[in-house]
Design a protein around this ligand. Structure first.
Ligand SMILES: *Cc1c(COP(=O)(O)O)cnc(C)c1O
Length: 229
């Protein structure tokens, strides 16, 4: 079995090729290593191999890992990418650097109230239900403009961009469509609302090439680094 460091080497080659194919500089795409379900030791290994940004889906699991890796805290950036309930916002506001899964105003308001004054603003992306499935989390495309306006006005938060988890699609062209739609939404918000959103959080192990082709600035990759879950 390949080691985490070998997987990372391969993945960085994949990212380089995808950027080349899209005519984009490699530095324009940030890698978020999704460590959910893997132990703190795996994060330590990825950190030793040069990674600095880690994504967690489950709040409690993320908090535990952040604590277990307290010695590396100043070198790491922790991103919450999974669903966030209102009874967990305080712990998240105190421990994480980013939240990608804000999909309603109430959650954003609580994060803004609870983000400690001694920490930098919490970096926030709005999760959009781009495939339009009722079962999935994320705000609807129709709700997005008002939500973005309201969240951008909150203190202690910095609205950075949009995040989506599109439905799996079979081929490259089909994979590109939802990513293109998310990129358009961000461009629209920037032009109509005078926002300066700079983060398109999209693309995972199976579709990162399509996401990069459509302008992803941050890809969230788990399986290709840490193995199957
Ligand atoms: C698990 C997860 C990922 C990573 O998915 P892989 O297919 O393992 O790369 C990315 N984003 C979110 C929101 C996830 O839950």
């Amino acid at each position: 079995m390949a080691t985490i460091s070998e997987n990372l080497q391969q993945l960085h080659q994949r990212l380089t090729s995808a950027c080349k194919a899209a005519n984009r500089p490699v530095q324009s795409v940030t890698l978020l290593a999704v460590s959910k379900t893997f132990a703190a030791a795996a994060v330590r290994e990825a950190h030793a191999a040069g990674e600095r940004r880690f994504g967690e889906n489950y709040v409690q699991e993320g908090l535990d890992k952040i604590e277990q890796l307290a010695d590396l805290r100043s070198q790491l950036e922790w991103h919450l990418i999974g669903p966030l309930q209102s009874n967990k916002t305080r712990a998240v506001a105190e421990a994480f650097d980013w939240v990608h899964s804000v999909d309603r105003l109430k959650i954003a308001q609580r994060l803004a109230e609870q983000r400690p004054a001694w920490l930098p603003p919490l970096q926030v992306c709005l999760q959009v239900n781009i495939s339009g499935e009722s079962s999935k989390s994320g705000c609807s495309v129709a709700e997005l403009p008002a939500l973005a306006r309201a969240v951008a006005a909150l203190p202690r938060l910095k609205l950075r961009g949009l995040m989506a988890i599109p439905e799996p699609a079979a081929d490259f062209e089909a994979q590109r469509q939802p990513h293109r739609a998310l990129a358009r939404l961000m461009a629209e918000l920037n032009s109509t609302q005078d926002l300066a959103l700079d983060t398109l959080s999209m693309g995972m192990s199976a579709d990162l090439e399509a996401a990069i082709a459509e302008g992803a600035t941050l890809v969230r990759v788990g399986t290709a680094i840490f193995g199957g879950r």
